[in-house]
Design a binder for this molecule. Structure first.
Ligand code: ZN
Length: 346
């Protein structure tokens, strides 16, 4: 009996202590234990990845509650050095939003844009501004386990480039173009000197096992040029190149939906490659999947002719490997190589 009373009173004490510790919780409705906030102390100024943060501690004895407040506006990226500074702030896993506040030029690079940091999701809010490449290299090079979203952001390429505007490499990358995002105006020249060439693309080169590239809303890829020089070689060597003006899917999944478009991308080949090569003005699907749910890819029959994705050898609009379907999740299979004409899904 004594033990039971001891046990019960101990239990009561624990409940009372528990109540004291929790009564200062916000919204407890206990006026005797309302938080009494001290002064806000600044933790960090507004930066390229966050608004400013300040914090206040509760002054009630025994209460350890704090509350954060955001102040000021997140800094907008106005030029190349801001862009570099913003990227340098992304040092660990998490979700980030970068805000573009002006048109500006960016130096091309073949380094990964966000290094090798994994499990980051970076949304670049473009506000319909244009970032223009001012030297050879990629605008964006995305590494394994990274998600990058272009939102109302326009990329203009470099007119004497040796690289694609966007280059995606390694596993499990998600790359999304949404809103009015566009990639245009890149001219890449590359050569395959002794035949077996590898893959070349001027717009978006996507090479990510288990990765996904999504174009949605009004996103477009246009007017990118691939000048391909195929060198001399002696049989039995063959010239096999995989070459795309707009989009090349080496590995991974490609989804087009809504009012997306791919137009005006051009391949100029110095000579006809051997059979087995894939030459596609608009899209080359080397492996993986292509789900064409909505949008338009212009071919040889487009008018005006400036809309056409064209090549001087091979398919104007596409080449085929992997699996292509259109018309939704359970869409109909179609043969990308079967037509050089415009294809569209309303
Ligand atoms: Zn408190």
């Amino acid at each position: 009996m004594k033990n039971l009373i001891k046990f019960l009173s101990g239990l009561v004490m624990m409940v009372v202590i528990g109540l004291i510790l929790t009564t200062c919780d916000e919204g407890s409705g206990n006026p005797a234990c309302t938080h009494d906030w001290g002064e806000f102390v600044k933790i960090s100024d507004p930066s390229f990845i966050s608004r400013g943060i300040e914090t206040a501690s509760c002054k009630v004895t025994g209460c350890i509650a704090t509350k954060n407040n955001y102040f000021g506006e997140q800094q907008k990226i106005m030029n190349n050095s801001d862009w570099n500074a913003a990227r340098a702030l992304i040092t660990k896993a998490g979700e980030y939003t970068l805000v573009i506040g002006s048109n500006f030029s960016v130096s091309g690079s073949t380094a990964f844009t966000f290094g090798s940091i994994t499990n980051i999701s970076v949304t670049i809010l473009g506000n319909n501004y244009t970032m223009t490449l001012s030297s050879v290299g990629n605008m964006l090079r995305i590494n394994a386990n990274q998600t990058v979203t272009m939102d109302d952001l326009k990329f203009a390429g470099f007119t004497s480039n040796n690289a694609s505007v966007v280059d995606v490499q390694n596993n499990n990358v998600t790359f999304i173009m949404k809103g009015n995002s566009s990639i245009s105006g890149n001219t890449r020249s590359s050569s395959s000197t002794w035949g077996v060439g590898g893959w070349f693309c001027s717009g978006v080169l996507f090479n990510s096992t288990d990765g996904t590239f999504i174009m949605q809303d009004n996103a477009s890829i246009s007017n990118n040029i691939m000048n391909m020089t195929i060198g001399n070689y002696e049989p039995p060597m063959v010239s096999i190149v995989y070459c795309a003006g707009g989009v090349h899917i080496q590995r991974g999944n490609f989804i087009m939906r809504n009012n997306t478009s791919i137009f005006g991308n051009i391949i100029n080949c110095s000579r006809a490659p051997d059979s087995g090569s894939l030459i596609g003005g608009g899209v080359v699907l080397y492996s993986g999947t292509f789900r064409f749910i909505g949008g338009i890819i212009y071919g040889n029959d487009a008018s005006p002719s400036s809309l056409r994705n064209t090549t001087n050898f091979g398919s104007a609009a596409f080449a085929r490997q992997g699996t292509a379907t259109y018309g939704g999740v359970n869409g109909t299979s179609f043969n990308l190589a079967s037509s050089s004409n415009t294809i569209s899904v309303p």
